[in-house]
Write a protein that binds this ligand. Structure first.
Ligand SMILES: [Cu+2]
Length: 350
């Protein structure tokens, strides 16, 4: 680039010197002025490039020298020695700080309020402990090896290896045992909420997710849910209309639809999960309950609340632009309070 600049400058000066060949004086003056301006611009650009090259040269020289020294292995290796130490400190620091937050449970699950919560928490803690040990061991080794195999004069030349088949087999088998073992340990908790039918007399609640609202329907005194029809759905109207409840069906007469879920304490709750538009995920952190609601499916699950209180219901599936505001409330109350509440809702319908 600098050579090109030099050529431009020389060409400009050459043209400037040939100006006297022009016939008229004014044209000669104009040409000279124009040529001088072009030459000045070219010179200014060349000077700028020169300064830039002078400024960055030391950087390139440092890189080049470090590389040369590395290849030849003769001079000081101070820079790479410190780099190994810095890597060790940074990796270990990240490991210890992140582990600390898990040990002190800085961001942990809210208090469990369902019968299954204790078992789920125990399994959760076991998984974190096992994975935490693997994580810390792996990160400490990573930091140590980054420092141990740093570049230095006494280090043997780098050697490429294709791997160790025995080592690969051992850690693949260990990882498989770990994951399959953890899955087997938790399968009974998983199955108890999904594959075992709900107890007779469980409180039935149909949960319907739609963008961006949860609706809860109770079958009423007859214990039967009324029919719903897609053509009757009017989401903007809310309530029964949002579910498309067919009011001509006798079974729908005592159905109660609410935006807040109310259930009695110490009694199993059977949920029938539905979705109207896209996949949502019905999540009650305090109940340790989470299950996708899928359009076209009626998913039956159950849990038993054991502590009276108000608990947040959220959607754990990114279901659209309003996903962030898709939440509701679960109220766990005494059996008497629940009966009173349900009777009042049914009376409102009459
Ligand atoms: Cu959702």
């Amino acid at each position: 680039m600098l050579l090109k600049m030099e050529k431009d400058v020389n060409a400009c000066l050459q043209r400037s010197r040939s100006a006297p060949l022009l016939e008229t004086l004014s044209a000669k003056k104009e040409f000279a002025r124009h040529a001088k301006k072009k030459c000045n611009n070219a010179l200014a650009l060349a000077v700028s490039c020169g300064r830039l090259a002078a400024f960055t040269a030391p950087l390139f020289r440092i890189q080049g020298c470090t590389r040369c020294r590395s290849v030849e292995g003769r001079e000081s290796y101070g820079r790479s020695r410190y780099m190994g130490l810095v890597l060790l400190v940074v990796i270990w620091l990240i490991t210890f700080v992140s582990t600390y937050f898990f040990i002190v449970k800085k961001w942990w699950l809210p208090t469990g309020a369902s019968a299954a919560a204790a078992g789920i928490d125990h399994h959760f803690a076991t998984t974190y402990l096992v994975m935490g040990i693997v994580f810390v061991a792996a990160q400490l080794s990573l930091g140590y090896f980054a420092w141990k195999y740093r570049e230095r004069p006494s280090a043997p030349p780098a050697r490429y290896v294709h791997g160790n088949n025995m080592l690969e087999i051992v850690w693949t088998v260990l990882t498989a045992i770990l994951f399959i073992g953890l899955n087997l340990m938790s399968s009974s908790i998983w199955a108890s909420e999904r594959f075992r039918p709900a107890e007779p007399g469980a409180t039935q609640v149909e949960v319907t997710g739609m963008q961006f609202q949860w609706y809860f329907r109770y079958p009423g005194r007859d214990g039967r849910f009324g029919a719903t029809k897609p053509e009757l759905i009017d989401a903007s109207a809310g309530g029964e209309s949002a579910l498309g409840l067919d009011t001509t069906d006798p079974a729908s007469k005592d159905d109660v639809v609410t935006g807040t879920m109310v259930v009695p304490v110490n009694r199993e709750v059977e949920l029938i999960l539905r979705a109207q538009d896209v996949i949502h995920s019905f999540f009650i952190p305090n109940m340790r309950f989470k299950q996708d609601a899928v359009p076209g499916l009626a998913i039956h699950m159950h849990f038993t609340p054991i502590t009276i209180g108000d608990y947040e219901v959220t959607c754990a599936e990114l279901c659209g632009l309003g996903h962030y505001k898709m939440h509701g409330m679960l109220k766990v109350v005494s059996q008497e309070e629940f009966d009173k509440w349900l009777a009042a809702r049914e009376a409102e319908k009459q």
